[in-house]
Structures are given as structure tokens and as C-alpha cells.
Design a protein around this ligand. Sequence first.
Ligand SMILES: [Ca+2]
Ligand SMILES: [Ca+2]
Length: 236
Amino acid sequence: MKPKSCKSRNSSISKSLVSCIALVLMTVFTFVIGCGSGDNSASPDTKKDPSSNSVSDPNDSLSTINDEGAIAPERNGSASIILWTDPVDSSSMNRGWYIADRSGPAFWYLTPNTFREGATNGGNYGNDENDFLYSPQIWVPPNSTGLYLQFTTHYRTEYNYDFGYVKYTSNGSTYTTLDTYHGSNPGYPGWITKRYSLPSTGSSGKYYRLRFRFTSDGSVTYPGWQIDDIKLTRGG
Ligand SMILES: [Ca+2]
Ligand SMILES: [Ca+2]
């Protein structure tokens, strides 16, 4: 009897223990489910600001272009990146170009689909011209290599006396001459494409500015100079 009684008592204790364990497990399970539900309701995925999910574009820095109207950079084929371009159309003068008519009757003007130095009726420039056309500032990012200035042009001036100068600055004050035009371009009145290599920027980005200057002496005039489709590119 004793063993049976003892066994019955032990069995009762075991059942109680199992019940307790089951209760604990249920409580833990309910807690876990509850906690899981709480995490889901506050899921970072559902509350994340979409804008914080953007991946940094390696070309972001290229978008930091001056506020004078330069357009965003884009691929120029697969070989280079266009840092800035102006097709020179009727809206170009809203893009930060600057004209300075220092002397002589003619000056740079918008035709409106090209820039032209000469009389605004299409006739010849005058004597003693000293006229400037400045581009907007163009932001060139750090470590830019393979820089090129390109544009189309035609010109007809008095050979060796009336000149067009193509220049640029990367420090805002010192202008470097890329080319000097006089006489007629090959194929005039046809147009030609000119391309000039510019030095790399190094570890700091720089603002570039282009300058097209025209001068004439005291006699003999011609139609002048036109430029169009100007762009600054860097290696891709
Ligand atoms: Ca002038
Ligand atoms: Ca002349």
C-alpha cells in the first residue's frame, strides 16, 4: 500500500509539474508572439523614410554645378561625361553668359542660334573692336582628368590683323590662351569643330570660365566670328 500511495502521490506531483511547465511554456510563447507582434508593428521597414533608403550615387558630386544654369552632367557616348553644355539657342542668354563691348561698333550677340561677333544686321564687324564673351562658371569636380572643351565655329577676319582668342580660366583671374583665329577657317563659310585639352583639376574641384575675345585694328573689316554647341567634357 505504501508504495502505491507513494506512487500515486508522485504521479500527482508529476502532473502538477507538467501543468506548471505547460503553463510556463504557454506564457513564454504568448509573450514571444506578443513581442513579435510589437516588433512588426514598429518595423523599421514600414516606418523607414523612403528618402533615407537612397544609395549614394558616385556621380553625386558632379551634380554640384553652379547656379548659373549649367545642366546636369550626362554620358557623352561611353567615352566621356559632359560636365556642361550649351547648344546656344534662344534661351542661352538666360544661362549666365556675359557680354562686354569694350570698343568698336560691333559686339557679341545671339543670332539667336549661335553667338556671333559682327554687325547685328549680319554685316562686318567694325574697326578697333575689343569685345568679350564670357561663359557661365562651370564646376569641374576634383580629380577630373581627360578634360576637353569642344565647340563648332566659323570665322572670317583680316588675316594677321583682326583676331579671335579662345581662352579659359580656372582661378577666376588668369586666362590661358587655347587658340588664336585670324583669316578664314578651312572650308569657310562652312563650320568646323574645334577641341582643346584642358589640364586636370587635381584633388580640388575648380570653377572654369571660358572667354571668347575679338579684336580688330583700324582698317579693313570682314564678317567676323561665330560659335555654337559648346561643351566641356571629362574622361568617363
Ligand atoms: Ca565692339
Ligand atoms: Ca582689320
